[in-house]
Structures are given as structure tokens and as C-alpha cells.
Design a protein around this ligand. Sequence first.
Ligand code: ZN
Length: 134
Amino acid sequence: MIPVRSFDVETSTRSQMVDITARVRTAMKQSGARHGVCVVYVPHTTAGITVNESADPAVAADILEHLEKLVPRGRYRHREGNADAHIKASLMGFSLALMLEEGELSLGTWQGIFLCEFDGPRRRRVWVKVIPDD
Ligand code: ZN
């Protein structure tokens, strides 16, 4: 059994996509596993996680801008006043299942892993669990 590893991410604005690929890769390699599945989980309700293009930062900016149009801040039932952040986080999702092959994280050429902040700035936590094949 390989224990869950975690790391913290400091966000600096209300909505932000932070590239955490290198940190996930480090946590995954610390497991020592060669082959398996790597589950990455965000234990929050107003931050999510996704995979998308990391080569051009304009892609993350476009995603955030479009989410803002799709789910504007405004009047909702939730009294805390951050219902838009809860909705955006659910649209992104809270976990990823990634593949570990020959000790390396398998991602597409242009792909990166992003923590998606929607109610920052805050300190967020990311859990990484490696489930080895053997
Ligand atoms: Zn809330």
C-alpha cells in the first residue's frame, strides 16, 4: 500500500488556473511505483482540477473568461455569496485518474494538470494517490 501524498498550492487571485504538473509528477515519483493509476484529488468545494493545454497560457485565460460568462457572480440561494465558485468547481470536477507507465506520468504532448481556483486567493491542498499494477 502506497500512502496518499499531498502538497499545498497558494493561489493569488479569485479565479486562476495553476499548472501543478511538475508537483504531481514529483509526488507520483516519490511513490516508487513503475506502472499503475495515479489519482489526483482536490478536497475543496470552490476549487477543481482539470487537464488542458499548458503550452499556451492563453488557453487557461480563455477557459476562465468563458466560465465567468457562463456562471457570473450574482444572486444565488447560497448565503455565503460564492455560489458561482461552487458551480465552476463542479464543472471542472474534483479528481483525475492519470496513467503511470515506466515510472512516468502519461500525458499528451500539450497537456498539463491545472488546479482551478474559483474563490481565491487561498491555500489549497492536492492529494495524490498511486495505485500500482503489481
Ligand atoms: Zn460557499
